[in-house]
Design a protein around this ligand. Sequence first.
Ligand code: ATP
Length: 397
Amino acid sequence: MDTTAEASHEPDARPVEVAVQDVVKRFGDTAAVDRVSLEVRRGEFFSFLGPSGCGKTTTLRMIAGFEEPDGGRILLGGTDIAGVPPYRRNVNTVFQSYALFPHLSVWDNVAFGLRRKRVPGAQVRERVGRYLELVELAGMERRRPGQLSGGQQQRVALARALVNEPAVLLLDEPLGALDLKLRKQMQLELMRIQREVGITFVYVTHDQEEALVMSDRLVVMNAGRVEQIGYPEDVYERPATRFVAGFIGTSNIFDARVRALDGDLLVLEAPPGDRVVVPAVDGTAPGARIAITVRPEKLRILGETDPVPGGLCSVGGTIAEVVYQGVSTQFVVRTDAGDTLVAFRQNSERVSDAGVPGSRTRLVWHPEHNVVLADPPAADPSPPADTDPHRQEELVP
Ligand code: ATP
């Protein structure tokens, strides 16, 4: 499985700051992290995304040095850090719980690490002042954490970590305790701060939107394993696996058998009048069953008799549900092939023009929006209908 497809960008020439190589971490019989490999570039905003328990935090804690791997290696700036205690690693961690000292002022919280390292007073003053300015807390130096809002406390935690100017800042769900509005505002703040300081950020979240918005690149994890690593648009537009397609956004996933090869397209079995083709995938021959995903916003919903533009996939069906959602309307369509597909339509036209439940419809979309998933489709007992190998030659122009 290609979990590192990065089709939309040029190769990144920046040096690797964090390398996780085949890392395993077990708790009892469970592998919380199961042979994870990835690289984070210097200055990148890199996120770990996945559901609760998928191993994101454990991986982060191994980078920080709070846990040691049972297998594999972690390199920071090219150096293996096995056995190096957390305080000797050139990383700092920001936790969801902030972990501020309640009895110390904002200033003293931020200065704490520098004073412990015996940084000269003038430098402490300059750096604490600069980072409090950066997180927009200038003027609140004398307050205690209890006299601050959640968002302000998180800014103190951030300044306290950044003031050490680590090579890598590790952030474990840092916005998890904030309400939605503040969370969105802090997302933008964190992006600005990261751009200004240029430090590598490794960010853990279970919130897919947050990961898509904030990250340069992200890894999607599931049950301790890497499902996909890529740029947000790659992970969203070209999910590698059924899990990624289902976890990020809304996805249509359906299984179909390859009927024939037509140039660089696979022609799939479909009811009469329908046409579904997908870009050819290496090693997929007529007769094979494959799993396909296509995003709902790629599907256009037509009336049954509307002309179908040439070259598009086209599937007939019946509208089962129409859900008005303000900016868009969601249509659930039961196709003649027996699948259920969801289509979004921007409400730039009158909603009622697209059909009502029970009416016949036709969904059309460009073949390039179909993505063949790496995992096998659900088991299908029925034999292939048309797998004559000569058929392939007939259809090749
Ligand atoms: P969350 O978003 O809920 O924090 P996560 O993806 O960060 O989830 P981890 O905290 O890394 O997941 O946990 C991965 C798995 O390892 C889970 O099944 C968890 O119960 C288990 N686990 C984590 N820490 C320990 C520990 N100290 N002892 C035993 N099991 C642990």
